[in-house]
Design a binder for this molecule. Structure first.
Ligand code: P1T
Length: 380
């Protein structure tokens, strides 16, 4: 089944009724190994690190949603990123945007630099500065957009052009908005990756990662690396992500509507110095976001006027917004990045303000979310 419409593909691609039983839902093939009909003879499955039917269903669906040709699932977003970095060799250079998930920064700076990879962190909302950061040994440009946690929007097509000229790959971490709202491969990126823990899974009940590409050569190398390094998800985790994906289109619509409502409310709030949300006209990349994203997504952040203490008070005082790391689930979350998800950037040029509060706006009723934030501000 390969209908053109995203919402239909999310429910059907890779998910035809089970050939053996007619089961409408892809079974959880909870097996590590497969009977062979003769030595080395099998039906495409010999060992579940290499391939598993539940994982294969998820991988096919992911490829379709990202308008790619090949999907690969991983045990976590970081597992996906680590495996992608195995595409590189000692002495290779990567240009990275200067606002990324703290764990990505930690892997690049504190682990991979020791293996001889080089990283430059630049403001990728500035294509000229990005072009200047490219060196002869640059092999990859790493974009996260919208960025975590400052919600900056990077012009994927502009950066992909710079990469192409340099003979480097463009990789986009598309975790913050999902393929429903943004399809980097259609904008010139070579590889797109996800923490499927977030919007794709959508229910805060699984850790996972994914990579999609339309390039056969890149895929074959990554498929080899997926098996060689072994950061693969279990069948149940694949099944949970696949089930989450079925409602992705609906969820992203509601996340975006709710987040816009909350962002507009915060913009009028006296206790808020600045709101970062690409759906607001005040966002510096509002026009790029409109062009590149179907809607503005569920992630926003703001600076509390009262500083670090005020940010912490607000984060402690919400009742519906749960204080916690992660994002992209149906339930709303609140956090203080400097003390939580982005502790690892402390002391680096990527350090974030302790007065910054990040919201993952869920799909509860907008009135209840608004009321919760109002009472939290009133208390703090
Ligand atoms: O947690 P994991 O599934 O390994 O994904 C890592 C990751 C990669 N990319 C982005 C943009 C991310 O936001 C994350 C994980 N982020 C959080 C846990 C967080 O609260 O920001």
């Amino acid at each position: 089944m390969n209908s053109d419409q995203f919402a239909t593909r999310a429910i059907h691609v890779g998910q035809a009724p089970d050939a053996a039983t007619g089961a409408v839902v892809v079974p959880i093939y909870q097996t590590s190994t497969y009977a062979q009909s003769d030595v080395g003879e099998h039906k495409g499955y010999d060992y579940s690190r290499t391939a598993n039917p539940t994982r294969a269903a998820l991988e096919e669906c992911l490829a379709s949603l990202e308008e790619g040709k090949f999907g690969l699932a991983f045990s976590s977003g970081m597992g996906a990123i680590t495996t992608l970095m195995f595409l590189l060799k000692k002495g290779d250079h990567v240009v990275v945007c200067d606002d990324v998930y703290g764990g990505t920064f930690r892997l690049f700076r504190r682990v991979l630099e020791d293996f001889g990879l080089e990283f430059s962190f630049v403001d990728m909302t500035n294509p000229e500065a990005t072009a200047r950061a490219v060196r002869v040994n640059t092999r990859m440009l790493w974009i996260e957009t919208p960025t975590n946690p400052l919600i900056k929007v990077v012009d994927i097509a502009a950066i992909a052009q710079i990469a192409k000229k340099a003979g480097a790959w463009t990789v986009v971490d598309n975790t913050f908005v999902s393929p429903y709202l943004q399809k980097p491969l259609t904008l010139g990126a070579d590889i797109v990756m996800h923490s499927t823990t977030k919007y794709l899974g959508g229910h805060s009940d699984v850790i996972g990662g994914a990579v999609v590409t339309a390039d056969k050569e890149i895929f074959e190398r990554l498929k080899f690396l997926q098996n060689a390094a072994g950061a693969v998800p279990g069948p149940l985790d694949c099944w949970l992500v696949l089930r989450g994906i079925k409602t992705l289109a609906l969820r992203m619509e509601r996340h975006s509507e709710n987040a816009l409502t909350i962002a507009q409310m915060l913009e009028k709030n006296f206790a808020v110095e600045r709101v970062f949300y690409p759906g607001l006209k005040s966002h510096p990349q509002y026009e790029i976001a409109r062009r590149q994203m179907g809607a503005s997504g569920g992630m926003l952040s703001f600076i509390a006027r009262g500083g670090a203490e005020s940010a912490r008070r607000i984060a402690r005082a919400t009742r519906l917004f749960t204080l916690g790391e992660s994002l992209g689930g149906v339930e709303s979350l609140i956090e203080v990045p400097a003390a939580m998800t982005h502790m690892s950037v402390a002391g680096s040029p990527l350090e974030v303000s302790p007065a910054l509060v990040r919201l993952s706006v869920g799909i509860e009723h907008a009135d209840d979310l608004r009321a919760d934030l109002e009472q939290a501000f009133a208390q703090s």
